[in-house]
Design a binder for this molecule. Structure first.
Ligand code: NAD
Length: 505
């Protein structure tokens, strides 16, 4: 039985710094504001980790990996620890959600019930995976048996984005630790609050010092020092495609394996044969969930011509009724974007679209009439653009906000050409009740995931990741086993062998 959530809303700490070898670190002199996006009020301060602090974090992880218990621990003991992590995260899901909301602005209800429950579940999931993961035996070569054992790789650098900080970072932490690695986690500099408490909580649950270490700071400072550190053996990164390119280039210099979960511009393809009402609900949910800030957002909605006018009109009517406002208030459907700079970037895409001659069907600005103090927040109206060509920038570039682009298509071939006509390939959504169309499209779509007649449904056992510029490698049960372990082949003859006798005459 999991404990009930008894946690209270937490006041954020005045300063968030690093946590190394089981202890919070004295905050350094370089400080960055941590801001509540719904009001623009500063709620905390981040103390940035410099290269020296990153070095201390890697050294702590290295020491446990090279000589400590964690990588050498039996599976049952590690499972018990992972389950204790599950329990404590679940028990504090309300507190964690509150902290996350304070620097992200996604609705509190969504953070608590989806993000934090998922964060807890990640530990339970990987505890179960390691209980079922076994080596391999090859005995086809006469007189020999070769066994393949899996060993942890080493010190993992885990670099996380701001859009779902704890849900995404906890997957990396749980997977890396479950397979016996040690780790240094670097959250996004915009969203350090919940993850700092999360790391503390795992230690309260009994995680030994040095197994998981936390550094905080900007990508080019703290992140770059972590990626370049010779004591890091592997890198798991989730974030933007250009950042991923830079990290992988640096990692290549030292041959560090990487997984890259990157951006998307996912097609949501609605055939005339779709269940219309469900497809409409799902189209809205796929772009407006998480305030539109999702790598897997269905941001390019491709609708078959016979139903396009009606579908777009119905979508617009619903988009205009979305309840925008306080992310802490029950019933809010769309909160603010995570930062002022990101809000400005998203709004610029409305100008980009207009500049290319596209029509903005609704939105494209800040919502009017929000009461103080929300009037100062980073809100963007649900925005819908109508494109006539897939070459439009709003069809090609990741906007990462509550911004949907519609494009009508004419038959199957046109749908697939448009869906695949992007540098990205993270997920595709497919709506049709015509089985041959579904079967054919599942084969033809160039993306790492195809969701058929459903919104986002993450199957953790299955690989998740992108084709093309959306990523390299996968996360998921077996995929994480492959990434976070080194296979070691041990070959033993059944009977004493007679080697060739060099020099024996
Ligand atoms: P980002 O690339 O700006 O930053 C991600 C992380 O990388 C942050 O922690 C940042 O500090 C760090 N970073 C930046 N530069 C670095 C450098 N040179 N060296 C090391 N670390 C560095 O991304 P973001 O704006 O935080 O997140 C949004 C992006 O993440 C979107 O493109 C979104 O699609 C993507 N994303 C992908 C997935 C997925 O599973 N594919 C999931 C969520 C988000």
């Amino acid at each position: 039985m999991s404990p009930a959530d008894t946690s209270l809303p937490a006041a954020p700490p005045a300063v968030v710094g690093a946590f190394i070898a089981g202890a919070p670190q004295p905050p350094g002199p370089v400080r960055l504001p941590v801001v509540y996006p719904a009001t623009a009020a500063q709620v905390s301060e981040l103390a940035e980790s410099d290269a020296a602090e990153v070095d201390r974090a890697v050294t702590a992880a290295r020491a446990v990996f090279d000589a400590g218990d964690w990588p050498r621990m039996g599976v049952a003991a590690r499972q018990r620890m992972l389950m204790a992590c599950h329990d404590i995260v679940l028990a504090h899901s309300g507190e964690l959600a509150h902290l996350e909301c304070l620097n992200l602005g996604v609705s509190l209800a969504e953070l608590k019930t989806r993000h934090m429950h998922r964060a807890a579940y990640n530990f339970r999931f990987f505890a179960e995976v390691i209980g079922q993961t076994a080596g391999e035996v090859y005995d086809q070569t006469d007189g020999y048996r070769s066994i393949v054992v899996r060993e942890p790789v080493g010190v993992a650098a885990l670099i996380a984005p701001w859009n779902a900080p704890t849900a995404l970072a906890s997957m990396k932490v749980a997977a890396a630790l479950a397979f016996g690695n040690t780790a240094v986690l670097k959250p996004s500099e915009q969203t350090p609050l919940a993850l700092a408490r999360f790391v503390e909580l795992l230690h309260e649950a009994g995680l030994p010092p040095g197994v998981l270490n936390l550094v905080n700071g900007r990508g080019p400072v703290t992140g770059a020092a972590l990626v370049a550190h010779a004591g890091v053996d592997l890198i798991s990164f989730t974030g933007g495609t250009e950042t991923g390119r830079a990290i992988m280039a640096e990692a290549g210099r030292r041959l560090k394996p990487c997984t890259m979960e990157l951006g998307g511009k996912s097609a949501n393809i609605v055939f005339a044969s779709a269940d219309y009402d469900r497809a409409l609900d799902a189209a809205l949910a796929s772009i407006f969930s998480n305030n539109g800030q999702q790598c897997l957002a269905g941001s390019r909605i491709l609708v078959e011509k016979p139903i396009a006018d009606r579908f777009i009109a119905d979508f617009l009517a619903r988009a205009q009724r979305i309840r925008i406002g306080d992310p802490m208030a029950p019933g809010t459907e769309l909160g603010p974007l995570a930062s002022a700079a990101h809000r400005d970037r998203v709004l610029r895409y409305a100008d980009v679209a207009r500049g290319e001659g596209l029509e903005i069907l609704t939105g494209g600005g800040a919502p009017a009439g929000l009461p103080d103090p929300l009037a100062g927040g980073f809100f963007v109206e649900p925005t819908v653009a109508l494109a006539t060509s897939n070459a439009a920038r709003v069809c090609q570039e990741e906007i990462f906000g509550p911004f949907a682009t519609f494009l009508a298509f004419d038959g199957y071939e046109d749908a697939i050409a448009k869906a695949n006509g992007t540098d990205f390939g993270l997920v595709s959504y497919l709506w049709s009740d015509h089985l041959p169309t579904v079967e054919r499209a599942v084969r033809d779509l160039r993306s790492g995931v195809v969701w058929v007649n459903t919104t986002m449904t993450r199957e953790l056992r299955a690989p998740f990741g992108g084709y093309k510029d959306s990523g390299v490698g996968r996360e998921g049960g077996a995929a994480c086993r492959d990434f976070y372990t080194e296979p070691k082949t041990v070959t033993i003859p059944a009977m004493p062998i007679t080697p060739r006798r060099f020099g024996a005459g």
